[in-house]
Ligand binder design. Sequence first.
Ligand code: NAD
Length: 480
Amino acid sequence: MSVGLPERTPTSLLVGGQWVQTATHLQVINPATLGSLAEIGDATPEQGLDAVAAAHDAFGSWSVSSARSRAEILRKAFDIMTSEIEDCARLIVLENGKAWRDAMGEATYAAEFFRWFSEVAAHVQGDFRYGPNGDKTIITDYRPMGVAYLITPWNFPAAMATRKLAPALAAGCTTILKPAAETPLTALWVADVLERAGAPAGVVNVVTTSKSGPVSEAILSDPRVATLSFTGSTYVGKLLLEQTAKRVLPSSMELGGNAPFLVLEGADVDSAVEGAMVAKMRNGGAACTAANRFYVHASVADEFAVKFEAALRGMKIGPGIDQSNDLGAMVSVKERDKILEIVQEAEKEGITATAVSEAPGEGAFLSPYVIRDVQHGSSLTRNEIFGPVAPIVTFEDQSEAIRMANDTEYGLISYVYAKDAGEGIKVARQMESGMVAINRGIASDPAASFGGMKESGLGREGGFDGIHEFLETQYFAVDL
Ligand code: NAD
């Protein structure tokens, strides 16, 4: 297999159906080698506004196109993406660093958003009712909001793009996608797939930039922009909410997480370890849904830690492009060092942290850590780690474990391993998180509502809810 970029890898901005050059460029780095992968367009705020104009111009005809025709474009995008899935995975590996298996998993998941929303597009239901007083009929209608600004993070460069583009296009919105500067190539590739699938000029625009703040501020201040959908850190999400508040702009936010992973008394330890390997290690731990802290009942705590450590030690670390590696590079040396700083902070608190294996010296690699006997409240349980570090807190009392699990400002996802599904659901109902995985290590599914409570976000993506982030509800009172 080739280790270079796929032949069709755009590197300039996409505005109004044209690939547009920029005066300055931005380097995309391969975190496994620290070498340069490509030079891409570095947009100015003015070029961001060009994208707004293009999306606004395209909205008139796209918004009144039939749902079926939009569905067919999305379905074609699914077919193209699926037939070129290895190209997508290769791009993800090269610019993000993750292992090949994780990249293939992401690419497949990303394509599924096109298929799912092609199905949802043609099934949006309004409502017709008689007013209870008999004076009117009540019609609830939905219409596309308008130009949608979509901002995505680096950790799932394909899936975060399709999770927003697919419902926005299904709803009849036109879009401006701004991917993270670390991983713009995958987003450009996805946009090219939509162009090839027949998305008309201006329906999908992509602005890559090193100046996220000024470019986004210009775009969000423009009255032609109707909605923001953001995925990224809670810190940046709050900054953007301050800006969107000025225009009372609808804002969907998928933000940070600090997921607890509970192993209750009587749970099957082997399946809990298997689930922990997925919940903690998918994407090398760089997932908003990653299990961040483990609360394990005292009766199985040692057995769980020993087996988890052994499974982590068995992971082969190295460049994701080599399919035999299980754990790739972190996205950058800076991100790798941020994780190491969290470990060092914990060491200052008196915790002993030893890596389970050795990582290659070159590139942004990091060996996993299992850190036992952690006290709830330590920096390891408070921070979103976003890497392969697993702190374990032991508990005796289940209600205390639930209290500790909920003791965070985040509320994206929780994992519960219980003796059976009944007990799992009982505990899940007490978790303050938008999603709970019960006796399994992964919950994400394009057909399910994804999103968080508390500071993990506003709104939902995927499922039947995702399209409503891009639809305005309009009520007609009709005197018949
Ligand atoms: P980030 O918040 O630093 O960046 C996210 C996006 O915002 C990027 O495109 C970035 O360029 C842009 N950005 C940065 N500063 C900006 C500004 N001032 N104005 C406008 N845009 C700006 O996050 P990240 O480091 O790329 O991603 C990691 C974070 O994303 C983690 O906290 C993770 O939990 C979260 N995340 C959440 C979900 C979810 O669905 N809840 C999914 C994936 C990642």
